[in-house]
Design a protein around this ligand. Structure first.
Ligand code: CP
Ligand code: NVA
Length: 290
């Protein structure tokens, strides 16, 4: 049975800690692993991407492999071929399959029928690859993970859910501050509040994501109105621990969920976080692909 990475809960705490340390090693020695030597990885994108596509594509090359980027309209999937048949065929050619799509059920179905590892590169419900890079960035900043507090402020979405799931595995306490109607659902291991100041109090990291995720465009105006008080700015950072850092998965909308002063300021680790996507995903592929 292949090992999949759909929500992050597939990893044990020890595996996740080791993965973060391995990612930091690979960052120092980017060509230090040849685990994909002349093998291919299929990367299916049914939604736009800058970071995920570029970090996976470059990361696979650094591991000695060949990335095969497939957009939905390039696959027979868009003309009615089943997810099952797509999984059967891809499994006979590639060492792993990454997929970015809307429904979590589609990714689960792909994994059920795939004989190679399937990696969730973002769904409506989860973004576990992002959380890997986020934990790596926290480890670089603080030298540890256990006992850290991260406050996510904004829409209780895929990114918030993955931070809560993966954070809880390694002892990072995640607090989510969201307005009524936008709070994280699904019984995830996080402290939920509607008060951003309460969430930020004493936190080691403050985290923002977009107010309008891919697929939520129809409700953009009401989201912007409801989420307006949930902005990552210097006043909120002042509520956090003195050495707290600011994180954002990107893409950012300065003036909405984060101020320009924080996005480009001295306390952000956001651009480092974006780079860490490549290193963390390389460590993940090493773990999954044999
Ligand atoms: N953070 C992230 O996943 O960015 P992209 O949508 O650009 O891949
Ligand atoms: N929550 C955002 C994350 C983008 C990387 C979305 O799903 O669009």
């Amino acid at each position: 049975m292949p090992r999949h990475f759909l929500t992050g809960a597939e990893l044990s705490p020890d595996e996740l800690l080791a993965l973060v340390d391995r990612a930091i090693e690979l960052k120092a020695d980017p060509l230090g692993s040849n685990v994909l030597d002349r093998r291919s990885v299929a990367l299916i994108f049914e939604k736009p991407s800058t970071r995920t596509r570029v970090s996976f594509e470059t990361g696979v090359v650094e591991l000695g492999g060949h990335p095969l980027v497939l957009r939905r309209d390039e696959l027979q999937l868009s003309r009615g071929e089943s997810v099952r048949d797509t999984a059967y065929v891809l499994s006979r050619h590639v060492a792993a399959i990454g997929i970015r799509t809307g429904p979590d059920a589609l990714v689960e179905e792909l994994a059920e029928h795939s004989s190679v590892p399937v990696v969730n590169m973002l769904t409506a419900g989860h973004h576990p690859c992002q959380a890997l890079a986020d934990l790596m960035t926290l480890k670089e900043a603080f030298g540890r993970l256990e006992g850290l507090k991260l406050a996510y402020v904004g829409d209780g979405n895929n990114v918030a859910r993955s931070l809560a799931i993966l954070g809880s595995l390694v002892g990072v306490e995640v607090a989510v501050a969201a307005p009524p109607g936008y709070q994280l659902s699904g019984g995830v291991p996080a402290t939920l509040t509607s008060d951003p100041d309460e969430a930020a109090s004493g936190a080691d990291a403050l985290y923002a994501d977009v107010w309008v995720s891919m697929g939520d465009e129809d409700t953009a105006a009401e989201r912007r109105a409801a989420l307006a008080p949930y902005r990552l700015d210097d006043a909120l950072l002042d509520r956090a621990a003195p050495d707290a850092i600011a994180l954002h998965c990107l893409p950012a909308h300065p003036g909405e969920e984060i101020t320009e002063a924080v996005l480009y300021g001295p306390r952000q680790r956001i651009w480092q976080q974006a780079e860490n996507r490549r290193h963390a995903q390389k460590a993940l592929l090493e773990l999954l692909v044999h």
